[in-house]
Design a protein around this ligand. Structure first.
Ligand code: SF4
Length: 334
């Protein structure tokens, strides 16, 4: 399969102003050197605890946050385009192809507007001039997310969380994107509603041949949804492979700990719960060596001094499994 997007050595560092850092030139290293390809038609999971940089990376993919280093190329019919150097006018045709669904539908729906008012906005922006045509498209979009056309004349507060999230998805679909970043898109919903919205996302993907980057802190929703999973820690990818391979042959100690936190009733495998001590360390002064070493139960001296590279290992099926840890005892593929 062809890549839609190719990220190379992407950094997003935010300068910190004021506070205790006033006298220094500190930066939050939200994304700290990420290489990643997103392939046409796949569901790529981006997983990690809050503060690991996954949301910033999702926004950097969409150019909603601009990378401070590295390259993001879009691969379309007309060839490759480097997105990081384009200004707003240059990005305009690409924004149409790359959309986002947020966790909280409130943030994408203006409470003072009817649903039509919120959903017609991107259509108008991209040149659908006639109001009658916009009403027809919005009606069709609402039906596509299993809602009634009449919903367009009501206000966001009249709908439940699950319904608002469907409307958020309809909005992301309105200008026929190729790739949608779903940022914790079901995390705020009850489990039964989560399943419905996930099913809707999968049905829409098939119908409209979409590509998803699915950002979540919850590994348990990724196993059946995602084709590949990238696990992030402190702004870096620490493990990346097919979803099935990740669950069957976990290589990185951080992923192992995340997996062990999934209740055994949900996943019939490891029963030992590995407790991760403390929170993700500050991305202002990340730990030396392997950034996971202060919380890793296998840490050795080398882990405190040397940064482990993300290296490829061979899977049983002959595929590639990337992981960044000094202590993996399989021979690397390179
Ligand atoms: Fe743990 Fe060392 Fe591997 Fe980092 S490199 S995950 S500290 S064993």
């Amino acid at each position: 399969s062809e890549p839609i997007l190719r990220l190379r050595d992407v950094h997003v560092h935010f300068p910190i102003k004021g506070g205790v850092f006033k006298r220094t030139k500190d930066h939050v290293r939200a994304v700290d050197g990420v290489d990643l390809d997103v392939y046409k038609g796949e569901v790529l999971g981006l997983v990690g605890e809050s503060g690991c940089g996954k949301t910033t990376l999702g926004k950097a993919i969409l150019q909603l946050v601009r990378a401070t280093g590295g390259s993001v190329t879009y691969h379309g019919d007309a060839g490759e385009t480097e997105l990081t150097t384009l200004d707003d006018a240059g990005l305009f045709p690409f924004r149409k192809r790359l959309q986002i669904v947020f966790q909280d539908p409130h943030s994408s729906l203006n409470p003072a507007y009817t649903i039509f008012g919120s959903l017609e906005d991107p259509l108008r922006h991209y040149g659908v001039r006639s109001r009658a045509e916009r009403r027809k498209i919005v009606g069709d979009l609402l039906e596509a997310v299993n809602m009634r056309r009449e919903a367009m004349d009501r206000y966001p507060h009249e709908f439940s969380g699950g319904q608002r999230q469907r409307i958020g998805i309809a909005r992301a679909l309105s200008i026929e994107p190729e790739l949608i970043v779903c940022d914790e898109a079901v995390s705020a919903l009850d489990v039964s509603i989560q399943a419905q919205v996930l099913q809707l996302l999968m049905d829409l993907k098939r119908e409209k041949q979409l590509t998803y980057v699915f950002i979540t802190h919850d590994l348990s929703v990724t196993e059946y949804l995602c084709d590949r999973i990238a696990v992030m820690y402190l702004g870096r990818i620490v493990e990346l492979c097919d979803a099935e391979e990740l669950f069957a042959n976990t290589l990185h100690p951080y992923t192992e700990a995340l997996l062990s936190a999934i209740p055994v009733a949900d996943l019939d495998r490891k029963s030992e719960r590995i407790v991760l001590e403390g929170d993700v360390p500050s991305p202002v002064n990340p730990p030396s060596g392997c950034p996971f070493h202060p919380r890793c139960r296998y840490a050795q001296d080398v882990c405190r001094t040397d940064v482990p590279a993300l290296r490829p290992y061979r899977t049983a099926a002959g595929g590639e499994h990337l992981a960044a840890c000094h202590l993996i005892d399989q021979p690397p593929a390179d």
